[in-house]
Design a protein around this ligand. Structure first.
Ligand code: IDP
Ligand code: MG
Length: 139
């Protein structure tokens, strides 16, 4: 297994609740190297584009509204098996189903307001990283 990159967002709920530091600590404890990090706030157009794959889902409008409600922290992460590894640290989409010790178990309110995003495949990670970072920004 070689070193891989993945993309993550600390979502508006967690940033507003002051949980970003603890979430970053959990990510770093899991062996990830932060190679890019920035605070930003998504426009409706950006959030809609980022989640375009979910356009036909009933929760799409609510998701776009949630993701634009306040600042987020976008991150580029590097580790062996980073994509799968981050999904494990995050826990299940619905915190009710998330394993003990995962970020979503600890901080997420519900299936929508679930505090963190992580890419679901290496191909998606490449697209999502390019959405927020130029290659020159990743150190
Ligand atoms: P993931 O973030 O675990 O990869 P996805 O299925 O890709 O989950 O969904 C993207 C995001 O959309 C979720 O993280 C969550 O914020 C929101 N979401 C997913 N399913 C639902 C739902 O059934 N109701 C409300 N929001 C949802
Ligand atoms: Mg997903």
């Amino acid at each position: 297994m070689s070193v891989e990159r993945t993309f993550s967002i600390i979502k508006p709920d967690a940033v507003a609740a002051g949980q970003a530091g603890e979430i970053l600590a959990m990510i770093q404890k899991a062996g990830f190297k932060i190679i890019g990090l920035r605070m930003t706030r998504l426009t409706e157009l950006q959030a809609g584009g980022f989640y375009a794959v979910h356009k036909e889902r009933p929760f799409y409008q609510g998701l776009v509204k949630f993701m634009t409600e306040g600042p987020i922290i976008v991150m580029a992460l590097e580790r062996e098996d980073a994509v799968k590894g981050l999904r494990e640290v995050m826990g299940a989409t619905n915190p009710a189903n998330a394993a003990e010790g995962t970020i979503r178990k600890r901080f997420a309110e519900n299936i929508e307001r679930n505090c963190i995003h992580g890419s679901d495949a290496p191909e998606t990670a490449a697209v999502e990283l390019a959405f927020f970072f130029t290659s020159a920004e990743l150190l």
